[in-house]
Write a protein that binds this ligand. Structure first.
Ligand code: PMP
Length: 419
């Protein structure tokens, strides 16, 4: 690191009331699975914008479409207007994603980012049911605005609100206790018992794999039991697919693995395709009850993001090649991780598709591994309540040799920390 870089990084840290991720350099350009800093050092990116770059940095197909759109004076801002870019995206979403899966969701553009999609989902569920409370899960992450934060099961994040938040009823996520929580019979009984004091909630919000929570994977049977509990009591099921959607776990929607059909689905991160902000809240047609203007906002429709989103869907989701390769690459990481757990004590592995986690019994080791990986040109972040899980989220389009290179750097880092 040069003196100049140190100065700029420190300046960013002290002048800007935000935080920089603890990769002490100033990044400049990026292509595919690679980032380059201003000193010309290259890094393999197994963080990928926390899942916002499933198709890699500056994906050439999406870049071409974006350039053509801008050169052709395509509309960049068209507040709630019907535009050609919006229509194309909606048609492609229907034809490539919803239609083949027999899903009939209506689409709302709730605002630019993931938390907006969650806020819209919570608000709509309450309006549809006329009920107030929401059930969420231990270690869940749904966003940083007041509604989404109140269903987020992370004490540190919640502390940002200053005073205690009214948590929607928190429940244990699958495998929160070692024996698992396969069924919801106890909760169903309490709901049905008029003397229990438990009010029927408006909705349950769940991630199929908790990304920020430490790569906690819900089993399909657990998700089905949850969907069944909701369906029988007219509680709406919201799947937050902001991080796990758009193919991260293999299929386009992460809930496909369980064969369930949520009432409401949130998407963001990689739906814009090029790292451009875009969010979607999908809901069953019978819940289309908002009058025009009851849920609006200035940046609800990002036309350049409509363009890149549409091309990404067309290019990557017209067949099942991306799903297949994602599952194969995920298996490959898993196998490597199993090898590490056999070699070293205190490690365990979890994941689905291209979200894979290596958990350390000693959380400080996870941080050291991430730091050593950075020094050797690999970006991986840690997640989980005590940052004890090294989480891999490479672009889905990563090449075989790039994946191998990154896994090699990671394995060396683990070996140097755990020996
Ligand atoms: N839901 C999930 C599952 C997420 O992982 C995130 C972001 N990490 C959000 C919601 C919030 O998205 P955003 O940061 O874009 O507001």
């Amino acid at each position: 690191m040069t003196a100049t870089t140190t100065t700029v990084f420190e300046q960013l840290e002290s002048d800007v009331r935000s935080y920089s991720r603890m990769w002490p350099t100033v990044f400049d350009t990026a292509k595919g699975a690679w980032l380059r800093d201003e000193n010309g050092k290259e890094y393999l990116d197994f963080f990928a914008g926390a899942g916002a770059l499933n198709y890699g940095h500056n994906n050439p197909v999406l870049k071409r479409a974006l350039i053509d759109y801008i050169v052709g004076n395509g509309i960049t801002h068209g507040l709630d207007m019907a535009t050609v870019a919006k229509r194309r995206l909606l048609e492609t979403f229907r034809d490539r994603i919803l239609g083949p899966r027999n899903l009939t969701y209506k689409v709302q553009f709730p605002g630019p980012t993931g938390t907006n999609a969650v806020e819209a989902a919570l608000k709509l569920a309450r309006k549809v049911t006329g009920r107030q409370s929401i059930i969420s899960f231990t270690n869940a992450f749904h966003g940083m605005t007041l509604g989404s934060l109140s269903v987020t099961g992370n004490s540190m994040k919640r502390a940002g609100a200053g005073i205690p938040l009214v948590h929607a009823t928190p429940m244990p996520f699958d495998n929160y206790f070692d024996g698992g929580t396969a069924d919801f019979q106890w909760f169903a009984r309490a709901l049905d018992d008029s003397g229990s004091g438990i009010n029927r909630p408006a909705a349950v919000i769940v991630e199929t794999v908790q990304g920020e929570g430490g790569v906690n994977v819900a089993r399909p049977e657990w998700l089905r039991a949850l969907a069944d509990l909701c369906a029988r009591r007219e509680i709406l099921l919201i799947v937050d697919d902001v991080q796990m959607g758009c193919g991260r776990t293999g299929p386009f929607f992460s809930f496909e693995v369980a064969g369930i059909e949520p009432d409401i689905v949130t998407l963001s991160k990689s739906i814009g395709g090029y790292g451009l902000p875009l969010a979607l809240t999908l809901f069953k047609p019978e819940f289309d009850i908002w009058a025009p203007g009851e849920h609006n906002g200035t940046f609800r429709g990002n036309n350049p993001a409509f363009v890149t989103a549409q091309v990404a869907l067309e290019h990557y989701w017209s067949d099942d090649r991306l799903e297949t390769s994602t599952l194969e690459l995920g298996d490959r990481i898993h196998t490597r991780f199993v090898g590490l757990t056999e070699q070293f004590d205190g490690l365990s592995t979890r994941g689905r598709g291209l979200v894979q986690g290596l958990a350390f019994a000693d959380a400080s080791q996870a941080g050291k591994v991430s730091q050593i990986a950075y020094d050797n040109g690999l970006l991986v972040e840690t997640s989980g309540p005590s940052d004890q899980v090294v989480k891999l989220l490479p672009p889905l389009t990563i090449a075989d040799d790039e994946l191998e290179l990154g896994l090699g750097i990671l394995a060396d880092a683990v070996a140097s920390v755990c020996r």
